[in-house]
Design a protein around this ligand. Structure first.
Ligand SMILES: COc1ccc(C(=O)Nc2ccccc2)cc1NC(=O)CCSCc1cnc2[nH]ccc2c1
Length: 273
């Protein structure tokens, strides 16, 4: 299977199915590899779009990063090919779609479901960090669910190979750590902050610093203006974990290892994702 994935692919190897949505730079379709009948997601990106945003070097670097990321909670990039005007990414297809839609449909998740997703995310991030990859854009829209309901971090449109501090802004505001909002140098610890945001949003259905305006969201993030609503009822351990991640000083945020060992995770997460 592995060597098969490295072979030269072309469009005639695939039957294109329904559109899955518009990504940053192109459209994504369900597709089936003709010989193996294997179902994938095919992302079609127009080269003139990449040239326009001067992203061809980023795309190349990203393909390097992606093809070496093999983790059960990270969406696979199986390979890519191109024709004169388009680049095609052969991506894993997550049959149960966007976690975001499930969260909106159910309002908020159970503590077991939330803890299971947070553990999966933590393990995936620990894996990325040991490969010197910061994701920096973990938000519900970028989280998908496979046919077994297992979480997949899906979008690496902005991942970077990082050995030092990063300075570029990215992502929507609700998930930005203070050091990113202040456009300060930031590092791996931004992902720990984001885990706190997501844990809160999984349990309450809304991100903790949501506000009418961007300016107000900025202020709430910078103040770490965190409060827990009376409903839905959430355990003290869950609030403890959130409070130990949403810490302004990035060096004092709970480490990924400590998250995996936290009582709320041990008690509520399904270790098989
Ligand atoms: C590993 O993933 C990715 C790797 C690279 C890129 C990318 O575009 N890189 C880029 C492009 C241009 C310039 C520079 C860099 C994007 C993704 N991932 C996605 O685009 C989201 C899931 S698309 C698949 C997919 C699967 N399963 C689903 N189920 C329901 C919807 C759905 C959607």
């Amino acid at each position: 299977e592995e060597d098969n994935l490295q072979r030269q692919w072309s469009l005639k190897d695939f039957e294109i199915g329904k559109p899955l949505g518009r990504g940053k730079f192109g459209r994504v379709y369900v597709a089936r590899e003709v010989k193996s009948k294997y179902v994938v997601a095919l992302k079609i990106i127009f080269k003139e779009q990449i040239e326009k945003y001067r992203l061809h070097h980023q795309l190349g670097r990203e393909m390097e990063i992606q093809s070496n990321l093999h983790h059960p909670n990270i969406l696979r990039l199986y390979g890519w090919f191109h024709d004169p005007e388009r680049v095609f990414l052969i991506l894993e297809y997550a049959h149960n779609g966007e976690l975001y839609k499930e969260l909106r449909k159910r309002g908020h998740l159970t503590e077991m479901q939330a803890a299971t997703y947070i553990l999966s995310l933590t393990e995936a991030l620990a894996y990325c960090h040991e490969k010197h990859v910061i994701h920096r854009d973990i938000k519900p829209e970028n989280l998908l669910l496979d046919h077994e309901g297992r979480l997949k971090i899906a979008d690496f449109g902005w991942s970077v190979q990082s050995r030092g501090k990063r300075h570029t802004m990215c992502g929507t505001l609700d998930y930005l750590a203070p050091e990113m909002v202040e456009n300060k140098a930031h590092d791996y610890a931004v992902d720990n902050w984001t885990l706190g945001i997501l844990c809160y949003e999984f349990l309450y259905g809304v991100p903790p610093f949501e506000a009418e305006s961007q300016a107000d969201t900025f202020k709430r993030i910078m103040k770490v203006d965190l409060s827990f609503p009376a409903t839905p009822v959430v355990s003290l351990e869950a609030k403890n974990l959130i409070s130990r991640l949403l810490v302004k000083d990035s060096s004092r945020r709970l480490s990924l290892q400590k998250i995996m060992e936290h009582p709320w995770i041990i008690k509520n997460a399904n270790p098989m994702g």
